[in-house]
Structure formats: C-alpha cells, structure tokens
Write a protein of this length. Structure first.
Length: 198
C-alpha cells in the first residue's frame, strides 16, 4: 500500500462526497425547482472552468478553480482538463430534474459515495486486480457495492432494488477503463437502474 497515494485519494474524494452528503437535504427536502437550479449552477461553473482550462486562459472561476487544484489527478493537471466534473454535474442536473426525488438522491449518492469508496479502498488494497480491467481492484468494487447499497437504503429505496442497483453500479464502475468516464457511466447506470427497478 502506498500511504501517500491513499492520503491523496482521501483528500481528492473528500470533495467528491459533498454532493452525496447534500443529496437528501437538497433533492428530497428542498425539492425542485431549487435542487435543479443548484445543480445547474454547478454545471455552469464547471463548464466555464473547463473552457478556461482548454483555452489556457489566466482566469479564476469561483469554487471550480479551487476544487480543481485539490481534486485533479496528475494527468488532469498536466493536460489542463477537468472533464469528469462537467460530466458529473451534467448527469446530476438531468437526474435531479427528471427523476422522483428519492430515486434522484440515491443516484447522486451512489455516484458520489460509491465512486469515492472504490477509489480510496482500491488505493489502500490494490490487489487482486480485476481480470477484465487491470486498473480496478476487487476490493474497490466491493467497496463501491457496499457504499452504493448504503446510499440507496439511506434514500429509502427498498432492499431488493437497492441490492440490484448497487451490483449494477459497481459492475459499471469496474468495467470503466478511463477514470474520467466514471462520472458518466456510474450516475447514468444508477439512474437507469433506479428508474427501472425502484
């Protein structure tokens, strides 16, 4: 185990879990249109930040520029892109705007907590590697499943749909080869599974 890599991942994912922490208070309790407006604001912030990065502009986007410096992986810092966050907030906006609040909160929490658990535990326990994706680990996939299950249950999704959604989401995360695409595959898979099953 690389202790520094684990601590770096914990630091990165400490921000990634914030939407999950706020999902029930904002999406379920506050409700629409407020939840959609909040998600839209973050989507616009991170989209503007992505444009600034891609064009190489010397401009600070409030909140987005600061979180980029904490959350970005080395390749994102070098390549000046943060596309995964744009994907995350775009998916979150669609989920919050279109889905029933408890299902929407569950999907956001699966994406937020599940992905964080997979990344941190995968760094802490880097073996065994998955035979179909050597970038991912069995420990990370099991952590993703457990965090997703807890998320669904906390969002008042019944047990059997929660189990199935968590399994499908964990498999989607484990199959995704590029880390930036996790922010698309996981929320979309979780949302579709919740829409169909819960």
């Amino acid at each position: 185990m690389d202790r520094n890599a684990v601590l770096r991942e914990v630091k990165r994912k400490s921000i990634h879990v914030i939407p999950g922490v706020l999902a029930i208070p904002v999406v379920v309790w506050l409700g629409n249109p407020y939840a959609s407006l909040i998600a839209a604001a973050f989507f616009l912030l991170y989209t503007a930040h992505e444009v600034v990065l891609r064009l190489g502009l010397n401009f600070t986007v409030p909140l987005a520029s600061q979180t980029f410096m904490v959350m970005a992986r080395d390749e994102e810092l070098r390549g000046r892109y943060f596309t995964g966050t744009v994907y995350f907030w775009g998916c979150t906006l669609a989920i919050v705007a279109l889905m029933e609040p408890h299902k929407a909160a569950a999907a956001v929490m699966v994406s937020s907590f599940g992905d964080a658990a997979a990344a941190i535990v995968g760094k802490a326990l880097p073996y065994p590697r998955l035979p179909y994706n050597e970038l991912k680990t069995l420990s990370g996939t099991l952590a993703m499943f457990a965090a997703s299950l807890a998320s669904c249950l906390l969002a008042s999704i019944p047990l059997m749909p929660s189990l199935i959604v968590s399994l499908i989401s964990a498999l989607a995360e484990s199959w995704t080869k590029k880390s930036v695409l996790d922010e698309l595959t996981v929320p979309v898979t979780a949302a579709l599974a919740l829409w169909l099953l819960a």
